[in-house]
Ligand binder design. Structure first.
Ligand code: FAD
Length: 362
């Protein structure tokens, strides 16, 4: 069977992971084409802004939980055996306050806050912490070994792995998804398959225009101070669309203080008042950041805002015929794009193989 020419639209974690896994299979000539590439920071490009850690919120028995589950192994392998990828192990504590029961964050975190979530058997060292060891105001907590990804290293690492496997890269901005099939666009000729990894912008891309994908704005502060472990809590006293988490990235990537979860907001600029609240909450939850001192002892690298591509019904991994070409969708991972990346990419590749098998029989 002749090689199939594939265009992957998008160079975020979804597009790059899909391209990398596909490039390990024979029979595909892969071009990654995107408006934004690793190294860029833009409000339309979520991946650089993520923490990013493995903290599953997917519900037991769902496809999302399966994708998260099958992503743990590859991320743990990177942390254990490939330091150049910028992924390291870090202990993770999830704190729960009874007063958050029923709030938006607590509902979103329901599996994560459970004393017995599905991933207890996946990640190492899962345990409930003794109540007497908890800070005032915290009613229960769990702890496990997780990973934290330095996105500034990991995204370029994915590119370099793809390049080593023969994947080509090109900057492009598509108004319609079939633009990726234009004559002479792919270096090897006619395009057989387009993989749609456009994240939030799938809501605007012609031929897709999925209005069920919306932004969930996340504001962060990146500091030089270090946290000894990752921490997250079930809610804040500042409203349902604010959150509190801390994680230190691998290999000098700084510590991420979060955050917020503002559904429907496209605002790209950091809100200074929210930044103060984020820093105050982080220092209160994790006093070791500043040796028990105030936020003036945080050494700020930068403030940031990213938009999680949240899709009603969850990540879309489907095949669809558009304008006479097969399109495989892999977008809409919300706040879980890294922790589900390998599972989602594999699911997309299963569809690519289904389609190429189908094409071979024509
Ligand atoms: P993106 O990274 O947005 O990439 C989209 C790509 O498509 C870009 O290259 C863009 O240029 C391209 N594109 C779009 N439209 C077009 C077009 N028309 N033409 C050409 N190119 C186009 N996830 C976790 O797993 N763990 C975490 O701890 C975590 N923390 C987060 C914290 C914050 C503050 C935020 C904002 C997100 C966080 N996430 C986390 C979520 C994660 O960042 C996203 O799920 C993930 O980055 C989405 O990746 P993507 O590849 O689908 O989209």
């Amino acid at each position: 069977m002749p090689a199939k020419n594939v265009v992957v639209i998008g160079a975020g974690v979804a597009g790059l992971t899909t391209a990398l896994l596909l490039s390990k299979k024979p029979g595909y000539k892969i071009l990654v084409a995107a408006k934004h590439m690793p190294g860029d920071y833009d409000i339309e490009y979520a991946s650089p802004w993520a923490g990013a850690n493995y903290m599953p919120v997917s519900i037991s028995g769902t496809k999302a939980a399966e994708w998260d589950k099958s992503t743990w192994g590859p991320l743990a392998d990177l942390a254990a055996n490939h330091p150049e990828a910028g992924v390291h192990f870090q202990e993770c504590e999830i704190h729960s306050r009874a007063k958050d029961n029923g709030s938006a964050t607590a509902n979103w975190f329901s599996e994560l806050l459970s004393p017995n979530p599905w991933f207890a058997k996946v990640v190492p060292n899962f345990r409930s912490l003794p109540t007497k060891s908890l800070s005032p105001g915290i009613d229960s907590a769990t702890s496990f070994t997780s990973v934290c990804i330095n996105t500034a290293i990991y995204l370029p690492w994915l590119v370099s792995q793809c390049l080593a496997n023969g994947v080509t890269f090109k900057r492009a901005l598509f108004e319609h998804i079939v633009d990726a099939t234009y004559h002479n666009f792919h270096p090897y000729g006619n395009v057989d398959i387009v993989v749609n990894c456009t994240g939030l912008m799938a809501s605007k891309l012609g031929g897709v225009q999925d209005t069920t994908v919306v932004p969930a704005r996340g504001q962060i502060v990146i500091v030089r101070n270090e946290a000894r472990k990752m921490l997250s809590v079930s809610g804040t006293d500042n409203g349902d669309n604010e959150a509190c988490y801390v994680m230190t990235r691998a290999a000098g990537g700084g510590t991420i203080l979060g955050g917020s979860y503002e559904k429907g907001s496209w605002e790209s600029q950091p809100d200074p008042n929210l930044a103060i609240r984020i820093m105050k909450r982080a220092v209160e939850m994790c006093p070791s950041l500043t040796n028990g001192r105030g936020i003036e002892h945080l050494d700020i690298i930068r403030h940031g805002v990213g938009l999680r591509p949240v899709r009603e019904g969850g990540t879309r991994i489907e095949k669809e015929r558009i304008g006479g070409v097969w399109v495989i969708h892999n977008y809409g991972a919300g706040g879980a794009g890294y922790q589900s990346s390998y599972g989602c990419a594999q699911a997309a590749i299963d569809l690519i193989e289904e389609v190429t098998g189908f094409q071979a029989r024509l």
